[in-house]
Design a protein around this ligand. Structure first.
Ligand SMILES: *Cc1c(COP(=O)(O)O)cnc(C)c1O
Length: 370
């Protein structure tokens, strides 16, 4: 199977091999070593000198941890959202009693720093801003440098969902003043789902000291206390730590700059391929993501049937559209362990699948080589 969804992503053989290792005592010296090493390596990929915590949970658990550790019920929060994951972050904050204002932008577009500045200027009582680095549901990467600098102007606490972008798209966490940044193992990191990695700035620690939201499993204070003695508060997903260690070794070999460059190339390569088939991209081209590409389902084509044919006849797994975009777009993941060959296979299968899944306009879609 050519797994071309934006997570879980395929794992390199070295990572799969690493996970076959026998269990160890998670309170023993080998695990302490593993935790120290992976944590230190993660700091370099987060481009931070601040704390990084590794939580055994889904990406959304990481988002929840960011909220409950830094906020109190009733706190005013500005949730900047450009899609489904921006909405989810807002929902989590609401679920814990934050007073959330959504600043919503059109699906397929990016957040406008000017609008964010206006919203922050209009309401000085806002305590924290929720931001998505890379909106997986629409294939949009926000202009984080500009957005972070606006939020810095107002000195707000900045919580970032970087689950589908960190370690693939440049986000210098310290340089851009991000307070909590959440990454997820199954996206750019080439390892299976189950770990969330979060960076915590000094400002976030200060907020954590005063934050009153209920928390237990995700308590950063407790995670840090345990980290200092080489442990996690609860039993970690030990095999995923083996995987993380192996993946980080591969990533170190490649180098952060080369990883970013490879994703830039993969993004461009995918968008060029899509356009060469006569298909239309969904995202504003200025903000098109280099980890996931959203493509409009052409008129007369059944989006569900399209992904079904791709899977059943070509062994290629694409993602459909989420929420209001269901049936309107399909998405191609190109993050982590991916080569141009994986994308070539998608592009040569697509014309056939489009014809099989539709009628009318779909006939106009060009076949490769014609
Ligand atoms: C995948 C993803 C999440 C959620 O991750 P889960 O592991 O499914 O909880 C959150 N935000 C973004 C941007 C994502 O791509």
């Amino acid at each position: 199977m050519n797994l071309r969804i934006p997570g879980p992503t395929p794992c390199p053989p070295e990572v799969l091999q690493a996970m076959t290792q026998q269990m160890i005592n998670h309170r023993g010296p080998e695990f302490a070593k593993l935790l120290e090493k992976t944590t230190a390596n993660l700091q370099s990929f987060f481009q931070t000198k601040e704390d990084v915590l590794i939580l055994t949970t889904a990406g959304s658990g990481g988002l929840e941890s960011a909220v409950v550790n830094t906020l109190s019920p009733g706190d005013k929060v500005l949730a900047v959202t450009v899609g489904v994951f921006g909405d989810r972050f807002a929902q989590i904050a609401e679920a814990y009693g934050a007073d959330v204002t959504r600043l919503k932008f059109t699906m397929g577009g990016a957040a406008d720093p000017v609008e964010v500045r206006r919203a922050l200027a209009a309401d000085p009582s806002v305590k924290a801003v929720l931001l998505t680095q890379n909106e997986t549901s629409t294939g949009v990467t926000n202009d984080m440098k500009a957005l972070c600098s606006v939020i810095k102007e107002f000195d707000k606490l900045l919580l970032v969902d970087a689950v589908s972008g960190l370690a693939a798209i440049d986000l210098p966490v310290d340089a851009w003043n991000c307070d909590v940044v959440v990454a997820g193992s199954q996206k750019s990191w080439m390892i299976p789902p189950g770990l969330a990695m979060v960076s915590v700035s000094k400002k976030a620690w200060d907020a954590a000291a005063k934050a009153k939201m209920s928390r237990f499993y995700f308590d950063y204070g407790s995670a840090k206390k345990y980290l200092e003695r080489g442990q996690t508060p609860f039993t970690p997903a030990v095999s995923l730590f083996y995987a993380l260690d192996a993946a980080l070794a591969l990533m170190e070999q490649e180098g952060l700059a080369s990883i970013f460059a490879r994703h830039v190339k993969m993004g461009q390569y995918t968008r060029d391929g899509v356009r060469s088939l006569g298909l239309e991209l969904f995202a504003d081209p200025r903000y098109a993501s280099n980890t996931v590409t959203a493509v409009k389902v052409p008129d007369g084509v059944d989006g569900k049937a399209l992904t079904k044919v791709m899977r059943e006849q070509f062994g290629i797994v694409l993602a459909g559209g989420q929420a209001s975009l269901e049936g309107k777009i399909f998405r191609i993941g190109h993050l982590g362990y991916v080569s141009t060959k994986d994308i070539d296979d998608v592009m040569s299968a697509l014309p056939h699948a489009l014809r099989a899944a539709g009628s009318g306009r779909a006939e106009a879609v060009k076949t490769t080589g014609s």
